[in-house]
Design a protein around this ligand. Structure first.
Ligand SMILES: *[C@@H]1O[C@H](CO)[C@@H](O)[C@H](O)[C@H]1NC(C)=O
Ligand SMILES: *[C@@H]1O[C@H](CO)[C@@H](O)[C@H](O)[C@H]1NC(C)=O
Ligand SMILES: *[C@@H]1O[C@H](CO)[C@@H](O)[C@H](O)[C@H]1NC(C)=O
Ligand SMILES: *[C@@H]1O[C@H](CO)[C@@H](O)[C@H](O)[C@H]1NC(C)=O
Ligand SMILES: *[C@@H]1O[C@H](CO)[C@@H](O)[C@H](O)[C@H]1NC(C)=O
Ligand SMILES: *[C@@H]1O[C@H](CO)[C@@H](O)[C@H](O)[C@H]1NC(C)=O
Ligand SMILES: *[C@@H]1O[C@H](CO)[C@@H](O)[C@H](O)[C@H]1NC(C)=O
Ligand SMILES: *[C@@H]1O[C@H](CO)[C@@H](O)[C@H](O)[C@H]1NC(C)=O
Ligand SMILES: *[C@@H]1O[C@H](CO)[C@@H](O)[C@H](O)[C@H]1NC(C)=O
Length: 893
């Protein structure tokens, strides 16, 4: 979270800088006198340069041959010298202005006609998209360049050494956000840039550049050096290491430096360093005290390392304004001298193992403090009731600290807060009304996972600024608070809110992206205004008592209505929600025919559960158009007719990696605020585990006919449950292709004939049930199959062979006595059960497959710990994943 926060701070700064420079260009190029100043030859060259660019967004529309466009000095992004009229600057950076509908990169090719602009001093092409091409070598021939910025423009490959000819260069930025696309195997070229003062090569792969250290000692004008995420090798330190006296910013985050290598280097620099960023390296041991000798240091970033011990007072110079030590393993006390760093503006200490108690003296002189992060320290607060802190914070994160049992009274003094996180902080009692009255600037509030109780105030008029509110996992009760409607994320789940939610409709327009009211005691009909919530991406009303028809809805990504009492049919309005990826309508009283249009409208669908409703009719064949579908659950309905043969078209169940990740992530998180990303956080894990889930459950219906053999082409299926239908015919002979199957349940149908030998090849199988059919003949022999309980095969009078006691005709002599001590890998039933719970069981529980597999149509009989786990998992699909991650780890262990 810290990294994100910082990333966006950086980004913000960058956007501001970009906007300023755009404005500067604009003023410059329009503030000229009349009369055409542009030099014809340069104008023609620029037009040819434009010809090879792809300008989808019309950013260069002022560049042209028309009469009124003659003066190239007035073209956007172009600056001419006001005496010689030569073009001296090309500001062609992308605006990155997402407010205006996203970025507008230039693409295509950088033309060699650029060389005709002989007097070019500044070239800024940052944030465009050059499609992972090489940086053109001829840029090295723009001999007068002072400023070259190619940041984030999607270049790839070796940096041309020709750039070393740009001997007048002051500023060079070749960085990017993506790791290692650009490389440089040695930096000899760089050492020729004697005038360089700013060098940024973030994420350039310098693994092979063993001369990097040597090179930077030669750049004796250097002021700012950013070599973050470069994979820099820890080469032998030169005995005598002299850098530029002017070096003031040293940014090396995201390499793999150890303390013993990097600190001696840093201390060898002159002491005028202003910024030192060694975050996200492999620093260990204590912070060296000599750090305190750097008396001009104002920014000290050592986040995400493995530093231990205490933070020694002398290491912190009194000029520090920004300190980030979060994400380390500091285990001593938080030194009280922090309280005397009177210039401190931001202090990030989160996620460490500090031992002491936070007291007022830690903040004694921190009058300038604006950002304070003490998250996940698990420590207590010893702060008096009447404390009047010296600071006014805008950002405060105390999540995971022992702030309670009372709401911190000192927050009364903090009237400028924009972001407050006091989640999981052991606070009880009612939420104070004064807090709402004084926090007019708050845009982000997280008080989840505490013990707040009582009714919330009417907040409808109070906040126009709220973007993110998380009150989940408390005991708030009463009716739903009326909140402002400009937000992006509202999570009131897992509380005791009750009554109807009709007053949601009192507002005229809504902008929530994410609305989670699940696991409350809400009831009544849903108001009609949901259709007006036009930005809604995620709606979760699961596990409440809502009833009546599902109203018109307008959801773009994810819909969770499970475990309510909704009646009627699937609303036709959902037909307009064509980008839905998740639909869970299970455990309601919905009815009607399965809509024929599912596959033609919900083409992005990944997860579809209609389990435990009263749907009838046949499975629409359009379902087979759902190429992304990974979970299909129609169990416990009244679906009749045959299983469609076209299921082989569910390609996501065939591919190892369905290539879904991107689409899925975009739908889920792409449009969301950062707040949401950091909150629901684990997107990578989520996607990974989602890939595991490939399931079809059609159990407990009235299906007839054969199992179409086409189903055996869904080779990545993890679960297949067709139990308790009226299916008949023989089992597909090539069922052995479904090598990933963990669960297979065909029980209680009318299948006949032999069990195909392929079943014995399903060596991932954890659950198998073929009971109560008319299968006959010898059970295929494999060590794995014989580990199953004989109940798996019971109710098939014609079956014989192990693990049944019934011996097959002609096999009498070969029969091994049944209880022969695990010779066939037979597991102790207890152990077998545990293994089930570990590996596959949670997967099936989480998505509601437990019914069929446990052979109980209608009632769910689980003992208590399982029930708790079951509902806990069901109620929040995100939480559920944490468990699953653990399981998938266990599986691979
Ligand atoms: C040229 O521009 C510079 C800076 O923008 C300004 O100081 C100077 O006076 C200008 N010269 C003329 C001749 O306009
Ligand atoms: C980008 O490069 C790829 C492969 O090199 C090429 O297929 C594609 O057409 C290029 N796109 C553009 C916009 O130039
Ligand atoms: C960097 O380059 C080295 C050597 O060329 C290569 O082994 C490594 O995988 C690259 N690293 C990244 C992140 O691309
Ligand atoms: C802090 O951690 C270090 C290294 O793990 C250990 O040697 C030291 O004893 C710990 N100190 C305290 C006070 O726990
Ligand atoms: C706080 O600052 C004042 C003035 O700068 C100084 O005199 C005092 O010693 C400081 N107190 C602490 C505890 O650092
Ligand atoms: C919302 O509107 C309903 C009906 O118009 C009204 O009875 C109710 O008091 C309103 N609630 C609020 C909080 O304004
Ligand atoms: C679906 O969209 C169409 C066209 O955009 C519109 O005419 C229709 O009313 C919508 N249907 C529902 C039920 O919202
Ligand atoms: C298979 O899916 C594609 C779209 O993904 C669809 O166009 C095609 O008609 C489907 N084929 C069958 C037999 O359903
Ligand atoms: C098979 O399962 C039944 C019921 O769950 C149980 O009573 C029986 O002991 C099991 N038999 C074996 C051999 O594990």
């Amino acid at each position: 979270m810290m990294v994100d926060q910082k990333f966006f701070q950086h980004l913000q700064l960058l956007v501001i800088v970009l906007l300023l420079s755009w404005r500067a260009t604009f003023e410059h190029s329009t503030g000229m006198k009349d009369g055409i100043r542009c030099i014809e030859k340069e104008r023609e060259a620029l037009l040819k340069f434009k010809d090879e660019l792809i300008d989808e967004y019309g950013r260069l529309s002022s560049w042209g041959n028309e009469k009124y466009k003659k003066d190239c000095c007035k073209w956007s992004g172009v600056s001419c010298d006001n005496q010689t009229n030569h073009i001296v600057a090309l500001h062609l950076q992308n605006t990155l202005d997402s407010e205006l509908g996203g970025t507008a990169p230039l693409r295509g090719k950088i033309s060699i006609w650029l060389l005709e602009i002989h007097h070019l001093k500044l070239l800024d092409l940052s944030y465009n998209d050059f499609n992972y091409s090489r940086i053109p070598q001829f840029i090295g021939s723009l001999g007068r360049l002072r400023y070259l910025n190619l940041f984030g423009s999607n270049f790839m490959g070796e940096i041309p050494h020709h750039l070393g000819n740009l001997s007048e260069l002051n500023f060079l930025n070749l960085g990017s956000f993506n790791d290692g696309s650009l490389t440089s195997t040695n930096l000899d070229w760089l050492s020729r840039l004697h005038s360089l003062s700013d060098l940024i090569m973030e994420s350039v792969n310098l693994t092979m550049a063993t001369d990097w250290l040597q090179t930077i000692t030669k750049l004796n004008q250097l002021e700012s050096l950013f070599l973050s995420s470069c994979n820099l090798p820890m080469v032998r330190l030169p005995s005598h290491f002299n850098t530029s006296n002017s070096l003031s910013e040293f940014g090396l985050w995201g390499n793999e430096f150890s303390s013993s290598w990097i600190f001696p280097l840093v201390f060898n620099l002159n002491s005028s360093l202003n910024l030192l960023d060694l975050g996200f390296n492999k620093l260990n041991g204590e912070i060296p005290i000599s750090l305190g000798n750097m008396s001009s240091l104002t920014f000290l970033y050592l986040f995400d390392n493995q530093l231990t011990g205490k933070v020694p007072c002398p290491a912190l110079s009194s000029s520090l304004t920004n300190i980030d030590l979060s994400g380390n393993m500091f285990n001593g006390t938080i030194t009280q001298c922090i309280g005397s760093l009177s210039k401190l503006e931001s202090l990030y200490l989160g996620s460490n193992n500090f031992e002491d108690v936070i007291s007022e003296s830690h903040f004694f002189n921190l009058t300038q403090l604006e950002y304070l992060d003490l998250s996940n320290l698990g420590i207590s607060f010893n702060i008096s009731l009447g404390w009047n802190p010296p600071f006014q914070l805008t950002f405060l994160d105390l999540s995971g600290c022992k702030v309670g049992p009372h709401f911190p009274a000192w927050l009364r003094t903090q009237t400028r807060l924009e972001s407050l996180d006091i989640s999981n902080a052991e606070i009880s009692g009612t939420f104070p009304d004064w807090f709402w009255k004084q926090s007019q600037k708050l845009s982000r509030l997280n008080v989840s996972h505490n013990n707040f109780q009582g009714v919330l105030a009417d907040l409808s008029s109070k906040f126009s600024t709220f973007r993110y509110i998380d009150l989940s996992f408390n005991h708030f009760n009463g009716s739903l608070p009326i909140l402002s409607h400009n937000g992006s994320v509202l999570d009131l789940s897992n509380n005791e809110f009750s009554g109807s939610i009709t007053n949601l409709c009192n507002e005229t327009s809504y902008h929530w992206d994410f609305l989670d009211l699940s696991n409350n005691l809400l009831s009544g009909q849903l108001p009609d205004c949901f259709a007006n919530l036009s930005n809604l991406k995620y709606l979760n009303l699961a596990h409440n008592n809502f009833s009546g028809k599902i109203p018109s809805l307008n959801i773009s990504s994810s819909l969770h209505l499970q475990n309510n009492s909704f009646t009627g049919e699937i609303p036709t309005s959902l037909r307009n929600c064509t980008s839905l990826t998740f639909i869970d309508l299970s455990q309601n009283k919905l009815t009607g025919k399965l809509p024929m249009w599912v596959g033609d409208t919900w083409t992005m669908l990944v997860y579809l559960s209609l389990r435990s409703n009263e749907f009838f009719g046949s499975i629409p064949s359009s379902l087979c158009h759902l190429a992304h579908l990974q979970v299909l659950d129609f169990s416990l309905n009244k679906i009749s007719d045959c299983i469609p043969k076209c299921l082989y078209n569910l390609t996501a169940m065939i591919q190892v990696d369905p290539g879904l990740d991107e689409a899925f992530r975009l739908r889920y998180y792409g449009g969301f605020e950062t707040a949401f990303v950091t909150w629901k956080g684990k997107e990578a894990e989520y996607i990974n585990t989602l890939k595991l889930l490939k399931l079809i459950d059609l159990s407990c219906n009235n299906l007839v006919g054969n199992i179409p053999t086409e189903i055996t082409s869904l080779i990545m299926l993890v679960g297949l449950n067709l139990s308790r239908n009226n299916l008949s015919g023989s089992l597909p002979t090539n069922i052995g292709r479904l090598r990933s199957l963990d669960f297979l349940d065909f029980s209680r149908n009318h299948f006949f004939g032999d069990i195909p030998t392929g079943v014995s090849q399903l060596d991932q199988l954890g659950v198998l049930d073929l009971s109560y059919n008319n299968l006959s003949g010898k059970i295929p022999q494999s060590i794995h199959l014989q580990t199953f309980n004989d109940t798996v095969f019971e109710g098939n009078p014609g079956l014989c062979g192990l693990p049944l006691t019934k011996v097959c005709p002609g096999d009498e002599s070969a029969q091994v006595p049944k209880n022969s001590d695990n010779v066939h890998g037979m597991k102790d039933p207890k152990e077998q059960e545990d293994q089930l719970i570990d590996v596959g069981f949670y997967i099936s529980m989480a998505v509601g497959f437990v019914f069929g597999f446990w052979g109980v149509c209608g009632t769910l009989v689980l003992n208590n710990p399982w029930r708790i786990a079951f509902f806990k998992l069901l109620n929040n699909i995100m939480d559920w994943l944490y468990v699953k991650i653990a399981i998938s780890k266990a599986r691979h262990a």
